[in-house]
Ligand binder design. Sequence first.
Ligand SMILES: Nc1ncnc2c1ncn2[C@@H]1O[C@H](COP(=O)(O)OP(=O)(O)OP(=O)(O)O)[C@@H](O)[C@H]1O
Length: 352
Amino acid sequence: MTLTFEAEKRLGDFVLEARFTSEGGVTALFGPSGSGKTTIVNLVAGLSQPDRGRITLDGEVLVDRAVGVMLPPSRRRIGYVFQDARLFPHLSVQSNLSYGRWFGPRAGRWGDFGAIVELLGIGALLKRRPLDLSGGEKQRVAIGRALLASPRLLLMDEPLAALDRARRAEILPFLERLRDEMKLPILYVSHAVDEVARLADQVVIIEAGRVAAAGPVGTVFADVAADSETGAILTAIVHAEDEIDGVTLLDHPAGVLQIPKLGRRLGTRVRVHIRARDIALAVGEPGRLSIRNRLAARVVAVSEQMSDVAVSLDVGGEPMLARVTRGAQRDLGLAPGLAVTALIKAVALDER
Ligand SMILES: Nc1ncnc2c1ncn2[C@@H]1O[C@H](COP(=O)(O)OP(=O)(O)OP(=O)(O)O)[C@@H](O)[C@H]1O
């Protein structure tokens, strides 16, 4: 399966201008809220038309504005699973599933009813109505309904976002079976890095209507992770051992750090690793807190990222990167030059 996507679409003030190719397997569309992921999926499904562009599936033109081709959704053989299952409430599970079969094409049918019911583990639910199902069960039925229409490509727009952690964990193995046993190509929209890392072969990162990065999931995430995991690597001096609390105190120009007892000679120079997500920022005296590690810092730069705000800091002459939400950035008024306290939840020795 090859999907080629090249489209422009204006929606109010928002402009999508994206181009990517998916070569089968699971392709994740990943990016912040409002970046245009659903817009892309709707264009592929045929639920909306691009202003300009061309979309093809296995060489067949689904849309080509230049020559006026716009295949209706029913002729695309593309399944769509939404965040909310959207089952017909008055129909039993069995009838909801048959509906997919009924409206699917006769030619090119694949996957029999029993096999799909078995794959999704919904055999015991057939007589029930959607109202009597858990969120996870509903979503599995919705996937079954989409599969029974024998799609060439399955679109899944945050299919697990409405579910709690336990339900998500229940469904993920079924999605893996779709990928591995049915070999069904899937375009999968998600906000969750762990989901994408587990399911996807390729990832397309969407930011503000544009493709920010695309490629094999390992390569793309390695680049993102290289930017985002590490908050700081600081050089500090072993200052004292605290026998009572079982910690070693490290001296750093910006303050004192505590680390689980190291057993190194006083005066030894060590490097410590701090993850970006273990750093919180406070403006003014933070007061009584359980966090022991507090370093004086100054904001150097603030940059909006995909899902949060990256704050570059100077801590005693060394760089540090913290990640905060947009709301926190606004509340704290984080801007270059501002003096802050970096509160660090965990410090690890960097042995490299
Ligand atoms: N009909 C519309 N009219 C005006 N603006 C729209 C319309 N539909 C979507 N938008 C805007 O287009 C942008 C992209 O929306 P889209 O739903 O594609 O984002 P998304 O990446 O799927 O977000 P989320 O992760 O929150 O679902 C948003 O800013 C949205 O407000």
